[in-house]
Design a protein around this ligand. Structure first.
Ligand SMILES: Cc1cc2nc3c(=O)[nH]c(=O)nc-3n(C[C@H](O)[C@H](O)[C@H](O)COP(=O)(O)O)c2cc1C
Length: 360
């Protein structure tokens, strides 16, 4: 007998939870079953199909008569478990044509909507809202999409020079704001409360991602971190800047310390869980953050600013800066920033080191 190579074990006292992440099955083992399983893991050849526990392990697919080759991966176990564990999700019902799909989809929406969605962040407690200037749509329009796409690049050499509040308003409205221009898309097929639309697509139309503006040098705004209210096009102070350079919050990437402004993109996982019960939806959180990040970068480029991005967050420090809890349903995923600089892909210090290395 051979051990199924695709299960992992969670300690849930007094039981063990056995999770076959490839077949999407879970079993809870009491201490007797747990002890027997541990014995068999060491000596699978001792599995006895006439023993009731062993027979159940066999039936559960934890042991197999034919050796299973583990899926080749080449990366760490955790990424393998997550990727395979969120792949080939069993589908209770697969619609066979467009009519079946429509009926099924409508029924699913009704089922989801039977429970109230997680509420948006409340605007009424805490510091006053700071209204932002109207976005400069004409400036963004004039830049031209193809030119902007070609010009966007990652820069790692910024000066602290201020970014204007109008630019910040344009960036935030066109990245995260709920577009007034689309408010008239009066589509009866869209469920009540889900009409808000951004310039980027959003998983399930939930707008689960939010943005916290990092302000070091924006004209007319005190340094600090502000929550952006996409429905109001307004900011709300969350916290003054921590007494640590930005690079400290971003895994030691200190070349970014002078950056005048940036955006921490967070995701409200509770909104995703509400509509999508499987952890595959976790993948969508990052995809959505990526859309927002790219939109931000294209806009900043169109406004004549240099851009930078990172997913390397020093999570505990970022949470402290954003006022989020480690266990909160809202988690920080990504950071994207912009400002003025020399447009170089690397900071001067690194360029000098490279030049010194290359010198004869
Ligand atoms: C998901 C993602 C994460 C990234 N993380 C970092 C980062 O931590 N630090 C950094 O300096 N650049 C980061 N980058 C930027 C890439 O290094 C950059 O996009 C790549 O070198 C290509 O250069 P370009 O953006 O100028 O085309 C990241 C890019 C992406 C898409």
């Amino acid at each position: 007998m051979y051990i199924n190579p695709s299960f992992f074990v969670l300690a849930r006292p007094p039981c063990l939870v056995i999770w076959d992440y490839k077949r999407h099955t879970q079993f809870e083992l009491d201490p007797d079953y747990s002890a027997r399983l541990i014995q068999l893991i060491a000596t699978p050849e001792q599995l006895d199909p006439c023993n009731s526990m062993d027979a159940q392990f066999l039936a559960a697919g934890l042991f197999t008569p034919i050796q299973q080759v583990p899926t080749p991966w080449g990366w760490d176990e955790l990424s393998k478990i997550f990727h395979i564990g969120t792949k080939n999700i069993p589908c209770e019902y697969m619609p066979q044509d467009i009519n079946e799909w429509s009926q099924h989809y409508l029924a699913h929406c009704k089922e989801v909507m039977a429970a109230a969605p997680p509420p948006p962040r409340c605007t009424f407690d805490g510091p006053e809202l700071i209204p932002l200037p109207d976005p400069a749509l004409s400036v963004a329009r004039a830049a031209g999409l193809a030119t902007t796409l070609i010009q966007r690049k990652t820069c790692r050499s910024f000066t602290p020079r201020a970014v204007s509040l109008v630019d910040v308003g344009t960036l935030l409205y066109l990245t995260l704001g709920y577009l007034h221009e689309r408010a008239d898309d009066d589509d009866p097929a869209i469920a009540e409360g889900f009409a808000a639309r951004r310039s980027s697509p959003s998983g399930g139309g939930l707008n689960a991602c939010d943005g916290y503006l990092y302000v070091r040098n924006v004209s007319g705004l005190a340094p600090g971190v502000y929550f952006y209210h996409p429905d109001r096009h307004a900011l709300q102070l969350v916290a003054p800047l921590l007494d640590a350079p930005l690079g400290q919050l971003l895994a030691g990437q200190h070349f970014i310390n002078p950056l005048p402004v940036g955006l921490f993109i967070t995701c409200r996982f509770d909104k995703l869980w509400w509509k999508y019960e499987h952890s595959r939806a976790y993948r969508m959180a990052y995809v959505e953050a990526g859309h927002l990040s790219q939109t931000f970068q294209l806009l900043a480029t169109a406004l004549g600013l240099n851009t930078w991005l990172t997913g390397a967050l020093s999570d505990a420090q970022v949470e402290a800066q954003l006022g989020l809890q480690e266990t909160s349903a809202e988690q920080a995923l990504f950071f994207v920033g912009c400002g003025h600089g020399d447009g170089q892909a690397q900071c001067q210090e690194l360029r000098a080191l490279i030049a010194a290395q290359d010198a004869p």
